[in-house]
Write a protein that binds this ligand. Structure first.
Ligand code: ATP
Ligand code: MG
Length: 308
């Protein structure tokens, strides 16, 4: 069953298209991740779904509601972690969460939420005195205090230290295990791979690729790179079969191949026969980060509005 349905969504600012003809679905119970470079349209899309911005055209349904016309009911049923939030600096952490909890019918225990975001020991500190990462964790607390069935997290872990990031991942996984549908945006591929059941890569207001992370990996990550140290040029006697497909730069030689095994066999036999030192050799499979960078540079090279 769909939690979110977006069809042909368009939004422009001052004549410049931020979201172009965007369509996607998020099923109930999913963790759906939007990934994309700065300015790709992630926040615009998320804030239209939350009812914070108005679409120019297209249709959007969130929990069966129209975010523009049924904003009050939608707010009661969703939790939001915006990219930036203005909070009252004079209130304490606990007072801020308590005030937000009143907006919801059946909020969670404040003490449990404080523990979830690792702020229990700072609960009486004023918001104005918090570090960037502490403020972010408070914003996450505000997004989950209502025990909502759908949670939007716009770059939830940007600015957090590595340990805090991992704790927030565990929290997001637990919320999802307990039945919440999650929509998150992120700049971190490891975060998306750890959390998302489905992901979409957004570039220039459009989806460049969409699917389960492991399916995208299988579909797009088709090549491996063999690399070994080489000074300036290939060594004398290098196998003639491999020389035309081997490039040398920055002190190492590289071969990019769909199946690296035959070339590895040739290299190993050659190294053994010639007594050549190949101890620096490595083989790495393309990963989703490589694919992301490839898709983004391909799409950004196209003029705006060009079809995929
Ligand atoms: N309120 C606004 N007024 C004018 N232009 C805007 C406004 N908000 C966003 N934009 C523009 O729309 C485009 C998409 O912005 P958006 O904030 O949705 O991107 P994003 O994918 O969330 O980027 P980031 O990763 O930097 O958060 C950008 O070109 C941005 O400059
Ligand atoms: Mg954004």
């Amino acid at each position: 069953m769909s939690a979110i349905s977006v069809s042909q969504l368009c939004k422009s600012y001052d004549g410049r298209q931020a979201v172009q003809d965007l369509s996607f679905e998020v099923q109930k119970g999913e963790t759906f991740a939007l990934l994309g470079p700065n300015g790709a349209g992630k926040t615009t899309t998320i804030e239209i779904l939350e009812g914070y911005r108005q679409a120019d055209s297209g249709s959007v349904s969130v929990l069966g509601l129209d975010p523009e016309k049924q904003a009050a009911e939608l707010k009661r049923r969703t939790g939001l972690v915006l990219q930036t939030t203005a909070l009252e600096p004079e209130l304490t952490i606990k007072e801020t969460i308590t005030a937000f909890a009143r907006l919801y019918g059946a909020p969670r225990e404040i003490a449990a939420v404080l523990v979830d975001v690792n702020l229990a020991h700072l609960q009486d500190n004023r918001v104005g005195n918090l570090s960037g990462g502490q403020k972010r964790r408070l914003e996450i607390a505000l997004g989950i205090v209502g025990d909502p069935e759908l949670i939007f997290l716009d770059e939830p872990t940007t600015g957090l230290d590595p340990e805090a990031r991992r704790k927030i991942w565990t929290l997001i996984q637990r919320l999802n295990d307990n039945g919440s549908t999650i929509v998150l945006s992120s700049h971190y591929m490891d975060e998306v791979q750890a959390l998302a059941s489905r992901m979409a890569i957004m570039v220039d207001g459009q989806i460049a690729a969409e699917g389960r992370p492991r399916d995208l990996q299988r579909q797009h990550c088709t090549h491996s790179t063999i690399r070994f140290d080489a000074d300036g040029k290939l060594p004398a006697g290098f196998p003639a079969k491999l020389a035309p497909i081997t490039t040398v730069h920055d002190g190492h030689a590289e071969l990019v191949l769909e199946d690296p095994a035959p070339a590895l066999g040739i290299l190993m036999s050659w190294a053994e026969a010639e007594g050549h030192d190949l101890s620096s050799i490595s083989v790495t499979r393309q990963n989703l980060e490589d694919i992301y960078l490839q898709l983004v540079s391909q799409r950004q090279a196209k003029p705006q509005g060009a079809t995929p």
